[in-house]
Ligand binder design. Sequence first.
Ligand code: UGA
Length: 447
Amino acid sequence: MALKITVIGTGYLGATHAAAMAELGFEVLGLDVVPEKIEMLQRGEVPMYEPGLEELLRKHVAGIEGSSGRLRFTMDFAEAAAFGDVHFVCVNTPQKHGEYACDMSYVDAAFASLAPHLTGPALVVGKSTVPVGSADRLARTLTELAPAGEEVELAWNPEFLREGFAVQDTLHPDRIVAGIRSERAEKLLREVYATPLSEGTPFVVTDFPTAELVKTAANSFLATKISFINAMAEVCEAGGGDVVKLAEAIGHDDRIGKKFLRAGIGFGGGCLPKDIRAFMARAGELGADQALTFLREIDSINMRRRGQMVEMTREALGGSSFLGKRIAVLGATFKPDSDDVRDSPALNVAGQIHLQGGQVTVYDPKGMENARRLFPTLGYAETAVDAVRGAHAVLHLTEWREFRELDPAALGEVATDRVVLDGRNALDPAVWRAAGWTYRAMGRPTA
Ligand code: UGA
């Protein structure tokens, strides 16, 4: 009989995982403790913007016309425990307030709520990003709290999905990492992932600590790549080079590669920033802090970018204050194809300029609602053109396709001054200049 799967936590990771598991043919029960989320999901609505996710959900949520009916939702841990053979834990692990460390309270609560209802054999699979050592501790919690005792096992199976590509990354992952302690656990995970495995996805079997570390190591490496190129952008500013050309040239060396070398205002979001900080905090607890002190530098290079963007704007406006200046900000989300504004560099820059007296008007294709909630005192416009109307400078801070397709000539008609600052190195300088704009990007003083 086909495995039955539960997914605990229906945020970004969980909602996508649940829909993907239903797509792979399993009966799935998603669980969350937030009633509004469950109500939305039951109607086939996704609580965030993620391309393709709503379609996938509607294809499977029970009660929606024409759906497979394989995906249902609940708030009841007893129901989830009775239903599932495999329970995926997909809850959030944010940064602790006022500390670098990771807040494990949602993970701990999920395990504490599920375990007492596990009366038969089950595999619990952790997907959340956690500090190394957590899986070992959680495995003990399970054996202690589950009535089925040793029949309940843990596996650690980190997730590498990117926002904006979540569905694709979940259905066709580039690797599956399985931290396991028994053949039974490996067999069950291979059964869950039979479809991607049959497509040739590598399956990497590890112990618990390695599985946990793979995730934080991967995100740290990505953060390091971005801060490396942003450091080069700083040097290009000082020495008169062009960081985009530099990235292109070093990227031809396939040991280095072209990807994740886009210089700009740096990384943000709910993962990279908090993951490198939690990694440093955990290394400190383990007495290995020296190994990761470089991540402190990665973090500072990244955070510095936001201030540098503000200063570049000030300079473009004449070098003194922002008072009386109207600034259009294109982009509020931390990356395109997402409505996520968590630790968004774009919104941070917009906020800094606003707090220094600039009149900032923000437009984002999908992030307006979240941006307004987080930063209600900023100005917002319904379209890019409305944001640019009357502006003394236009800041391109999230590289949405919509912004690359704007007509600089038409925008020039409504702007007060034709000054565009590209914080993502994604606009075509030639096109903007041809329309009479002064174009300036980060790390390209000569371009
Ligand atoms: C990241 C990882 O890429 C995923 O593999 C991982 O699963 C996920 O975190 C997670 O831990 O859940 P995500 O946060 O969606 O995914 O975003 P990324 O695509 O990694 O981008 C992060 C930030 O880096 C964005 O603000 C983006 O604008 C910035 N970035 C990216 C650059 O500034 N330059 C680049 O070259 C690439």
